[in-house]
Design a protein around this ligand. Structure first.
Ligand SMILES: N[C@@H](CCC[C@H](N)C(=O)O)C(=O)O
Length: 267
């Protein structure tokens, strides 16, 4: 049997996406990992399924490149929104269910934002100081550490060490973000991603984590933060009411790289 897929990227975070409304694909972890393999497979940071959901346009299911179904992916959500538009599952504005709740998303059409995708995030929670940095859950668990020069960080080595610390065992490990303050409301971020077990070119939930932690401890007046990641520029905008973050919006580029077909029996 042939399965159609789209290969999408959002600021260099790349995904295999399958329209699974007809339940054509069974996401066995070994098959997902084989498809995401960059040498023997299609190659991606993760795989996503678009499925039916009552009361929303669709459901997004996200799997890390090592195979298992995972927590929320911000750049994945933005790519999924564009895929849903391309697949005719949604219009320019949509609401979809994911593991952490309901998300609204929009394929922006006007001005400088044309072609960018905005994704509404669930409320960041669980703020805590941890391991000379900060923990926050933005749909996925994240650790944030401020550094002087993010280019000089051994993201792979130090990221892997922190990701596996016993302090984060309760959430099944953590994604690790190294954050340089480049100016008032501007950050440079590099992320070690759990489930990819390496640095990726961008992480959406990680950028949101960096932005909300920076808002709390560095620039409390700012409500829109630009986040420069290796694969592009993201923006995180939000409101703060009574110390809680609301209307958190992650905006950035996303595009279809190509479409193709594969046969599961070949993997
Ligand atoms: N790339 C993602 C985060 C994906 C989830 C992460 N690897 C985890 O296991 O928590 C993003 O853009 O948010």
């Amino acid at each position: 049997m042939q399965i159609e897929f789209g290969k999408y990227e959002g600021a260099g975070n790349d995904f295999v996406i399958i329209d699974n409304r007809e339940r054509v694909f069974e996401p066995r972890p070994a098959l997902v990992a084989a498809l995401c393999d960059r040498r023997f497979g299609i190659g991606a940071d993760g795989l996503m399924l678009l499925e039916e959901e009552c009361g929303a346009d669709f459901r997004m299911r996200y799997f890390n490149s090592d195979g298992p179904e995972a927590t929320m992916c911000g750049n994945g959500g933005r790519c999924m929104a564009l895929f849903a538009r391309h697949a005719g599952a949604a219009g320019e504005r949509m609401a979809f269910a994911a593991v952490d709740g309901l998300h609204r998303a929009e394929v922006l059409a006007c001005g400088d934002d044309a072609g960018r995708i905005a994704l509404g995030m669930t409320e960041p929670h669980g703020f805590a100081e941890a391991e000379e940095g900060y923990f926050v859950d933005t749909g996925s668990p994240h650790y944030v550490r401020f550094v002087e020069d993010v280019e000089r960080v051994d993201v792979r080595g130090e990221g892997r060490r922190v990701r596996n610390l016993p302090a984060f065992a309760g959430t099944g490990g953590v994604n690790v973000n190294f954050v340089e303050v480049a100016g008032e409301g501007t950050l440079k971020v590099r992320t070690y991603e759990r489930g990819v077990e390496d640095e990726t070119l961008a992480c959406g939930t990680g950028s949101v984590a960096a932005a909300v932690v920076a808002s709390r401890v560095r620039f409390p007046q700012v409500r829109s933060i630009d986040v420069q990641v290796r694969g592009g520029l993201l923006n995180v905008a939000f409101d703060v009411v009574g110390g809680r973050f609301s209307d958190v919006r992650l905006t950035g580029p996303a595009r279809r790289v190509y479409s193709g077909v594969f046969r599961p029996e070949n993997f």
